[in-house]
Ligand binder design. Structure first.
Ligand code: GDP
Length: 640
């Protein structure tokens, strides 16, 4: 093959090929010089190594064969052939992906630069690398008992009424707000309390990186303090304790530390792992320090996101506005949301029409950990719905329609069913390794008694590796919504002792398919948990046939009653066995054996080649020649 011919074949200019020959050590070639096979191999090798074929393209990995053809100025047919030589089968409209684009360009000696774009992320061809991830602001929820000062602290930070210039003024409620300090930015969720936190989690939405647990220094640990701790533990979210109302004369922050130590929150100064800060939401004492600690913890947690990706976020709040239409308060969690982006959100879809920050400023784009007010959804959404940017309006509509179908068919609901039987099954199957329990009782005394008995059952269980009992929350009083939500998130069983269920909780439990087990006697409660665990330990039982008898004669013993005179032809027949009657090869009846006799005597079992009388409950229509098969339940794997 001559130089110009080969140049045409590999789609570069003959001049360029001559340069390549020179550099590859093949000297003195002209346009028309012949190229030997070994020289072509050297050229190929050289091109592969140095990618000096002269051309370079940029691809985001989403190009189709046709698009590559126009970028490379090579006919699509040639590309398809080249790909086929590489063992890749593709048609003109196929996307071949980043790896194959690289292979193709390598073979052609063309330099390719893969650049990630929104489209390539959406098409799934772009992969994130460590260095594209950048630090993002921590997202914080404030929790604690009612009246311990959550709102006061949040308001203090929001309004910054003491140090407005230091923190920046916030004018609008959009479900969350950013606090910008010179050391960094923090996002606070505007609705305090664990209910919203867990309600979000029950919908699969985890927002919060860090929880600030507010405990009033004059009151100490209360019911909702404990709930908050257990909800955080179940979610695996770290806690910073703000001991509040430190300005009050009867404040006793040490007592709070002591109490919280019993719940596993041991202060750092006592050798534990939890940061405690004494604060006042009214005077603002130590609030700045609290913010600094949050930032520090966020840094240590190495919270990262990729602003280059198409955005993903979670709905914090949503409502319908007369003029604006559906309004979404959204936290962008990852990627960047731009004006004009198409998105799907819950069962709605839309195009980002406008975005505003917490000060009412219009935004063109919103990066990771940014709360925004978003306009442009087609219909209403609900808090906890996830938003994802998609490539086109058609994609957005399609995803939203699929979500609606899914909801109609009840698929998403079915996944949440939590009943004792269901949990037991999952443990037997090995998909669940522990029995999680939420315990509600009428008094501390009964709680302690039940707790220690149940924990003992768990300890006993440790000889069977993998199955444990975990009391994820113990509380006093009525089973409430927060218990149900925690059960949904944690796949836990709710057990109540001498308590009621509030009506909202009952409704929610029904909706979510959560079983609530109520007891009046401690003994019954412990027995049930024990049996559940025993059930889990027991190998599964299977039903096997233990013997067969042939009906030879029928004896009428009452108006509608008969017994069958039989010969045991196989195995044995046992009393109380489950039976099936086979007539001419077909099952005609299934039931239970009620009487088994040898002559006049009742017997427990009858062996092979022995005659016996068999009575069956609710069946008297025997016919000579029937086969009675006896079945027994035995542990799986037992030989009968
Ligand atoms: P929340 O239910 O946890 O949101 O509690 P609030 O923030 O509504 O506070 C309940 C009450 O405690 C209000 O009357 C507040 O003024 C008061 N309060 C909150 N923080 C402090 C504090 O640091 N010091 C004092 N003295 N009172 C506080």
């Amino acid at each position: 093959m001559r130089v110009y011919q080969y140049a045409r074949q590999i789609k570069i200019s003959p001049k360029h090929l001559m340069e390549i020959c020179e550099k590859a050590g093949i000297k003195g070639k002209t346009y028309v010089s012949g190229l030997k096979d070994e020289e072509i191999s050297i050229i190929k090798e050289y091109i592969k190594k140095s990618k000096l074929a002269g051309k370079s393209i940029v691809s985001d990995g989403t190009d189709t064969v046709g698009e590559l053809a126009s970028k490379l100025s090579i006919s699509a047919a040639d590309i398809i052939k080249q790909l086929s030589d590489l063992g890749i089968n593709a048609k003109i409209n196929d996307r071949i992906g980043t790896d194959n684009i690289k292979k193709l360009c390598d073979a052609l000696g063309i330099l390719v630069e893969i650049r990630k774009t929104k489209e390539s992320y959406l098409a799934g061809t772009a992969r994130e690398t460590e260095k594209e991830l950048v630090p993002r602001a921590p997202v914080v929820t404030v929790m604690g008992h009612v009246d311990h000062g959550k709102t006061t602290i949040l308001d203090f930070i929001r309004k910054s009424n003491v140090a407005a210039r230091e923190f920046g003024q916030i004018t609008q409620k959009i479900g969350a707000y950013r606090v910008n300090m010179k050391e960094g930015t923090i996002v606070f969720i505007d609705t305090p309390g664990h209910e919203v936190f867990t309600a979000m989690r029950s919908r699969g939405a985890s927002l919060t990186d860090i929880v600030v647990l507010v405990v009033a220094a004059d009151e100490g640990v209360k019911q909702q303090t404990v709930e908050a701790i257990n909800h955080c533990k179940a979610a695996g979210v770290p806690i910073i304790v703000a001991v509040n109302k430190i300005d009050k004369p009867n404040a006793n922050p040490d007592a709070v530390r002591k109490q919280l130590s019993n719940y596993g929150l041991v202060p750092e100064e006592w050798g534990g792992q939890t940061v405690f800060l004494d604060v006042s939401g009214v005077t603002g004492q130590n609030i700045k320090e609290l913010l600094e600690i949050i930032l520090l913890m966020g840094e240590m947690m190495e919270l990262r996101a990729n602003p280059e990706r198409p955005a993903e976020g979670i709905v914090l709040e949503a409502y319908l506005h007369k003029q604006k239409g559906p309004v979404i308060h959204l936290l962008v969690q990852n990627g960047t949301l731009n004006i004009g982006d198409f998105f799907v959100c819950g069962t709605a879809w839309g195009k980002v029409r406008a975005m505003f920050d917490e000060n009412g400023n219009r935004l063109e784009k919103a990066g990771p950990s940014t709360p925004v007010e978003l306009l442009g959804a087609s219909s209403a959404v609900v808090p906890g719905d996830k938003l994802a940017v998609v490539g086109s309006e058609a994609d957005a509509r399609k995803s939203a329609e699929a979500k609606i179908q899914e909801q109609k068919s009840g698929q998403d609901k079915a996944q949440k069913q939590i009943t004792l039987e269901d949990l037991q099954r999952q443990i037997v199957q090995g998909s669940l390794k522990e029995l999680k329990i939420i315990l509600k009782t009428d008094s501390i005394g009964s709680q302690e008694a039940i707790k220690s008995s149940v924990e003992k059952l768990g300890a006993r269980d440790s000889d069977k590796p993998g199955i444990t009992v975990n009391l994820i929350h113990c509380g006093l009083g009525t089973v409430n919504e927060s218990d149900i939500l925690l059960a949904v998130c944690s796949k836990a069983l709710i057990v109540g002792y001498n308590v009621g269920i509030d009506s909202k909780a009952e409704k929610l439990a029904k909706q979510q398919g959560i079983e609530i087990k109520m007891y009046r006697l401690v003994y019954d409660l412990i027995e049930d948990v024990k049996n559940t665990l025993e059930g889990m330990r027991k190998p599964q039982e299977v039903e096997v046939m233990v013997g067969q008898a042939l009906v030879k004669q029928i004896f009428k013993i009452g108006k509608n009653q008969s017994v069958a005179g039989c010969l045991v032809v196989d195995g044995k027949i046992v009393r109380d066995a489950r039976i099936k009657i086979v007539r001419n090869g077909r099952f005609v009846f299934e039931g239970f054996l009620t009487s088994l006799k040898r002559f006049k005597n009742s017997v427990r079992e009858v062996g092979v080649n022995t005659e016996c009388g068999i009575g069956i409950s609710n069946f008297s229509d025997f016919q000579a020649g029937d086969i009675i098969q006896a079945y027994q339940k035995v542990p799986e794997g037992t030989k009968v």
